[in-house]
Design a protein around this ligand. Structure first.
Ligand SMILES: [Zn+2]
Length: 273
């Protein structure tokens, strides 16, 4: 673990950041450590100071995370970006923080969780992978870790990078307390684009593993949603897979979504009077 204190904004240590704009952003987050800003505030500040476009600011926040721990902490309906300390992730994505015990436990199956290849038979190198990426709120809990070969790991990283423009919305969707809500918010974030089942499954399982998330997705239709699906190649698995798209959605019920789904489910016997 890297427990060095955070450098003040004028510290020469910040030469590790790629540009002056990154250092400006760091300075802002540093000064607001006790009252972390929302992304809206960060964007407003960077626009004010540099005339920067929001997408550029979002990217700079992600760049900062190469070096510093800046979790998005939920506060009401928004997220606040708190500069906590030095990152525990090395630049190459490997972890400083895992103990040998955790690493050994995760890698014990000696088999890539995705392609099934083994180090001895196939000459692959296994690494510890976060099932739910850390940038999207995934934790270091053992349940969120799996062995992947370097090749699958690189493929997965490249795949998730293609969803960078949705990073904020994916993180927000993953915070929803109910699986229906996480799936629905993710589909909404795609604004009518197709979302692959590999991504939906990951987001659906963010707070609690969902074995049958496809059923939760279908149940959204009971709430008046229109969701279409198609079969196409999934870039994560390389296999033909299902993709989903929300064509129409409804506001969430005021109480529990699960209860509302059960109430509207025609196969639910209690509904037959
Ligand atoms: Zn693999």
């Amino acid at each position: 673990m890297d427990e060095r204190p955070l450098p003040p904004p004028d510290s020469p240590e910040l030469a590790i950041l790629p540009t002056e704009s990154h250092r400006l952003l760091y300075g802002y987050l540093y000064l607001r450590r006790d009252d972390p800003p929302t992304m809206r505030e960060i964007r407003a500040y960077m626009t004010e100071e540099l005339g920067e476009a929001p997408a550029q600011t979002d990217r700079r926040v992600r760049d900062l995370r190469d070096h510093f721990d800046v979790p998005a902490v939920r506060s009401g309906t928004e997220h606040r970006y708190e500069l906590v300390g030095w990152s525990k992730v090395k630049k190459d994505g490997s972890r400083r923080g895992f103990s040998n015990r955790v690493r050994a436990e995760v890698l014990a199956p000696q088999r890539c969780a995705q392609c099934g290849r083994r180090p001895l038979e196939h000459g692959v190198v296994l690494v510890v992978d976060h099932k739910v990426p850390r940038e999207w709120g995934g934790t270091d809990d053992i349940d969120n870790l799996q062995p992947l070969c370097e090749e699958c790991n690189a493929g997965k990283k490249a795949f998730y990078a293609t969803y960078d423009e949705y990073a904020e919305e994916i993180a927000a969707a993953s915070m929803h307390p109910e699986p229906h809500g996480r799936i629905g918010e993710l589909l909404k974030a795609f604004r009518g684009d197709w979302a692959p089942s590999s991504l939906i499954g990951v987001v659906a399982s963010m707070q609690q593993y969902q074995e049958d998330w496809q059923k939760r997705l279908r149940e959204l239709r009971l709430l008046g949603w229109t969701i279409s699906s198609k079969r196409a190649k999934d870039p994560i698995t390389g296999r033909v897979n299902t993709w989903y798209r929300a064509e129409h959605w409804e506001p969430w019920p005021p109480g529990s979504i699960r209860a509302e789904v059960a109430r509207r489910d025609p196969s639910n016997k209690r509904n037959k009077t």
